[in-house]
Design a protein around this ligand. Structure first.
Ligand code: B12
Length: 210
């Protein structure tokens, strides 16, 4: 199905048609990656443009986002692996960050790649994040930032983690819409690694599995 046709179904609230398309694509892991990065992600970006341009309402955006969340979870579940005991990954949104679908999709694809993922969802408080890293000792921490205005908070979060954990700090990986505005932004917030999408991230992070 073409992107525009899929978006039309999203906006019409046709979750059954969207899920059927997702299942057709996600017949294997490669298909799931394609579904996430080549269909769900660009459809959400397009929804953002339509919303920003006043072409669709907030209700339209919410419906599309909820439908894409449903499609992702429906299609990922059959390919998920039992990963308890595997290398641990930690994925969280920085404080105040409410965009959850992108990091959730990354968490899903990492699980399918054998990582035991702790996914913390939106707006993770810094103190609690540091406590969780101490306790759970992940191989890396992934921080998601969608809003450009949250880049400062991302930098403060990373600085606080490094100050608290010193040489015990695991590699800090960042990603999300906010970093698309400039090639060097991820370095400026003090991260060790960056990936532009979830597929690229899974490939890059394979090197940390050990
Ligand atoms: C849906 C949505 C929302 C929903 C989110 C609901 C949810 N459950 O997630 C809600 C309604 C909450 C929302 C709120 C707001 N939003 Co909003 N939102 C969007 C929208 C349309 C889609 C987001 C999405 O799902 N993207 C799809 C995912 C798959 O893409 P992604 O997040 O980039 O993730 C991929 C990669 O980046 C990567 N990745 C993501 N995280 C990580 C982490 C790591 C470690 C790695 C390696 C990789 C990685 O992997 C993912 C898959 O490949 C975007 C448009 C856009 N361009 O993203 C606007 C957008 C991000 N929002 C925007 C704005 C302005 C807002 C609000 C300020 C609006 C308002 N006035 O209230 C608030 C702020 C809320 C907050 N405090 O965070 C702007 C941001 C502009 C800017 N320059 O910063 C955007 C770009 C829309 C626009 N075009 O104007 N939003």
């Amino acid at each position: 199905m073409e992107l525009q046709e899929y978006i039309d179904h999203l906006l019409a609230g046709e979750d059954d048609i969207c899920a059927a398309e997702g299942k057709d694509q996600a017949v294997d892991l490669q298909g799931l990656h394609r579904l996430y990065v080549d269909l769900i992600e660009p459809s959400q970006y397009r929804i953002g443009e339509l919303w920003e341009g006043g072409k669709i309402s907030v209700a339209g955006e919410h419906l599309a986002t909820a439908t894409n969340s449903y499609v992702a979870s429906t299609c990922y579940a059959p390919l998920a692996r039992a990963t308890s005991g595997g290398p641990r990954a930690m994925i969280a949104c920085t404080p105040e960050e409410m965009h959850e679908l992108g990091p959730r999709m990354l968490a899903d694809l990492l699980e399918c790649d054998g990582w035991d993922v702790d996914f913390y969802g939106t707006s993770m408080p810094v103190r609690d994040l540091i406590g969780a890293i101490r306790e759970r000792k992940p191989r890396f921490v992934g921080l998601s930032v969608a809003l450009v205005m949250h880049l400062g908070s991302a930098k403060r979060t990373i600085t606080a983690i490094r100050e608290a954990l010193g040489s015990e700090t695991p590699p800090i990986v960042v990603g999300g819409n906010a970093f698309r505005g400039g090639e060097d932004l991820w370095r400026q917030v003090g991260a060790d690694l960056y990936a532009k999408d979830a597929s690229e991230a899974v490939q890059m992070l394979g090197a940390l599995k050990g």
